[in-house]
Design a binder for this molecule. Structure first.
Ligand code: P6P
Length: 335
């Protein structure tokens, strides 16, 4: 019985579109897919295999680490370090760049990831995910340094996420649109279930952590107030609100039915211009959103154009339905 298009088949068909493709990238994506299957298994087994709960340690972000933060980070390293496709890796859970161990060959790509985004939700069984971004190494087959990772988001060759929800999905773009795959656990393959995902240009649904309201800048205050004013207000329509505290789940909802997601800069911690990290949250999600017809901005500039200055740099994020993002950007422009 035909099982449909597998991820491997899809990637190889994509590879044929690229002149001079060596198959390296295809093999890298397959290793990444294997990592995600292993992470999905660990997340889905949860308490059954004792991976719930929190460690004493903190990550570079100063955030308490969940057991699964460390476990999933190790899974990403072990399954992607050996094949000779990478010149280095970087992760939310590691202070510094990860050097490929000497017994393995070096390659021409860089892999950047948040191994378990939204992990504060894992103990309460709300969807979490893995976010990844692939860049070209400035110098192939040479161990990458931090500066090699500091490339603007427009340089990404691939961006994607895994969503460990009611089903495990892998959503990715290589610059030719966005496609979604669902893990068939009986076959052990990701199957193409959401071809050519597109974000509706308009929406009536916004996502923001309203508990930070007193810290927002004026343009965001104005935007949210107008949403809450509903059809009697200046927007002339009622809005719905969501906040899952798991960016992957928010972005997947927006890819599926539209919406706007905001984690704006606020005065809560003046040292942080935003909460989300540029290299392994904002950039990959911005590439996916733009490739699906949406928009992604800090409110002041296009996220994919930002020249990174640090591996764990934070940035404000306003992304989703194109016309709604433009309203928020306009309020920043005229503030
Ligand atoms: P808050 C998860 O920690 C995360 O990085 C994103 O996935 C999520 O959108 C955001 O932070 C949630 O932040 O302040 O609401 O807990």
């Amino acid at each position: 019985m035909p099982i449909g298009t597998t991820l491997t088949q899809f990637i190889i068909e994509e590879q044929r579109r690229i002149a001079g493709a060596t198959g390296d990238f295809t093999a890298l994506l397959n290793d990444l897919a294997t990592s995600i299957k292993v992470i999905s298994n660990a997340v889905n087994k949860g308490a059954l295999i004792g991976v719930m709960g929190t460690l004493e340690s903190e990550n570079v972000q100063g955030e308490t680490q969940k057991k699964l933060d460390v476990i999933t980070n190790d899974i990403m390293l072990r399954h992607n370090e050996w094949a000779g496709h990478l010149a280095g890796m970087a992760s939310e859970e590691m202070d510094e760049v990860y050097a490929i161990p000497g017994q393995y060959p070096l390659g021409k790509y860089l892999l950047v990831f948040d191994p378990l985004d939204g992990s504060s939700n894992v103990d309460i069984n709300i969807s979490v995910g893995t976010i990844f971004s692939i860049l070209r190494a400035p110098v192939a087959n040479r161990a990458a340094g931090t500066e090699d990772f500091l490339q603007p988001g427009v340089k990404q060759v691939c961006a994607g996420y895994a969503l460990y929800g009611s089903s495990t999905m892998l959503v990715l773009t290589t610059g030719h649109g966005v496609n979604g795959f669902t893990l068939d656990r009986e076959v052990g393959e990701f199957l193409l279930t959401h071809p050519n995902m597109r974000i509706p240009e308009d929406t009536k649904e916004f996502a923001i952590n309203t508990s930070n309201r007193r810290f927002w800048e004026a343009p965001v205050q104005r935007y949210v107030e107008e949403c809450l004013a509903g059809k009697e207000g200046p927007r002339g329509k009622d809005f719905n609100m969501r906040w899952v505290a798991s960016m992957v789940a928010e972005v997947h909802r927006i890819l599926t039915r539209g919406g706007i997601f905001m984690y704006p800069r606020d005065t809560k911690d003046p040292a942080k211009p935003g909460k989300l990290r540029l290299l392994y949250e904002a950039n990959p999600m911005s590439m996916i959103v733009e490739q699906a017809g949406g928009a992604s901005s800090t409110g002041y500039e296009r996220i994919l154009d930002i020249q990174p200055e640090g591996l764990h740099q934070r940035v404000a994020v306003i992304l989703g339905s194109k016309n709604e993002v433009e309203v928020v950007v306009e309020y920043h422009r005229t503030a």
